[in-house]
Ligand binder design. Structure first.
Ligand SMILES: [Mn+2]
Length: 206
């Protein structure tokens, strides 16, 4: 029962993030910052797919790490809405201080920095609910759940989220829990096949 509650709470936090995102003006151009690895790039591609479906405009940067210099630079750009995917949870204090006038969405699975963030920052992270972000869900997976909540059509990106999880070496003797649910979505979408008996995931266009 306790476990169920945690997953429900995580899902609820994603719902809340989507509701807040829907309040962002449709003419606002969105600034995306994602992590420079397979998970970060797939996370970003899922978000872009979702934003395309919403007819939203955006621009993207992929970075190895966030630092205050980079955040200061982007804070001067002409954007009011920022998305950090597979990155950001470890830099909450800097984001809070430097992007204090902006609407910020952080969709990440890394261990969060302890910080007292304000209402302008929406932070989705499985760690807050005792869900293991190292093995159970990747950055791409968190973005996928956000995108799926925004529009169920985004389920056609489930296999891309699986690639993110593979990139973060989360497939150990198969996947568990949240990752497994995403694999199930990808199989249902006929974008992925799991070959039983092999500890190998095939992500293919069928
Ligand atoms: Mn990651």
């Amino acid at each position: 029962m306790v476990k169920l509650k945690r997953y429900d709470s995580f899902k609820h936090s994603i719902k809340e993030a989507v509701e807040k995102f829907k309040k962002i003006g449709r003419d606002e151009k969105i600034r995306i910052i994602s992590h420079l690895d397979a998970d970060g790039i797939t996370a970003c591609s899922i978000l872009i797919h979702a934003l395309n479906l919403e007819n939203r405009r955006y621009s993207v940067s992929i970075t190895q790490q966030l630092n205050s210099g980079f955040l200061s630079e982007i804070s001067k750009e002409d954007y009011n809405c920022f998305f950090f995917t597979d990155i950001g949870s470890g830099k909450l204090e800097d984001i809070k201080n430097i992007l204090h006038k902006k609407n910020v969405f952080i969709l990440d699975h890394h261990e969060p920095e302890d910080a007292d963030i304000k209402g302008n920052i929406v932070h989705v992270n499985p760690h807050f609910f005792g869900i293991d972000g190292t093995n159970e869900i990747s950055g791409a997976g968190v973005v996928y759940l956000f995108a799926k909540q925004l529009n169920p059509k985004n389920q056609d990106m489930a296999h891309i989220a699986v690639i993110g999880a593979i990139g973060d070496v989360q497939a150990k003797n198969g996947f568990s829990k949240l990752n497994q649910n995403i694999v199930d979505d990808a199989v249902k979408q006929k974008n992925m096949k799991v070959i039983k008996g092999l500890k190998v995931y095939l992500v293919v266009s069928l």
